[in-house]
Design a protein around this ligand. Structure first.
Ligand SMILES: [Zn+2]
Length: 154
């Protein structure tokens, strides 16, 4: 058990310092994403307005994803094609970058992970119940969003 904790800390500590961004008085970090993916992710989360924000979201290569899942003693169901998971205690979301399938995919699954955080539950039904509302908000708001090319750059 002690070894597992040490490894987990190591895993966290080797990560380079990440930028933080304030969102409604809360902030979360996005690590390991390309600028485009990070921007898309932040835009989607802003549109979903989840009740609970993660502390951090990490895009990791496949081997690191499996490693993190192992460290956290998570059962990653291979049949379901797991591509993200949430560690509730640290409010961390891990995304398998090697399996990234575009913005629509990202929005759909991040809503599910935010559902886990919102309900503070590891049960898939609970996550999906909250996720449905977030997906609806995302759909609604992206329809009314300004085309990206006209968005002001900050
Ligand atoms: Zn889930």
């Amino acid at each position: 058990m002690k070894l597992a904790i040490w490894l987990a800390l190591c895993f966290v500590l080797i990560v380079p310092a990440a930028r933080t961004q304030t969102l409604n008085g809360n902030s979360y970090t996005v690590q390991g994403a390309t600028p485009e993916r990070e921007a898309a992710l932040r835009r989607q989360i802003q549109m979903m307005q989840p009740a609970v924000l993660p502390y951090r979201i990490r895009f990791v290569p496949h081997w690191q994803y499996l490693y993190a899942a192992k460290i956290y003693h998570l059962h990653v169901p291979t049949g379901m094609g797991s591509k993200m998971f949430t560690h509730l205690a640290s409010r961390s979301i891990f995304i398998d970058e090697d399996l990234y399938l575009g913005e629509e995919w990202l929005g759909h699954w991040i809503a599910h992970e935010l559902g886990h955080l919102t309900t503070n539950s590891a049960r898939e039904e609970d996550a999906e119940r909250a996720a449905r509302e977030y997906r609806m908000r995302l759909k609604e708001r992206s329809r009314n969003a300004i085309p990206r090319s006209r968005e002001p750059t900050i």
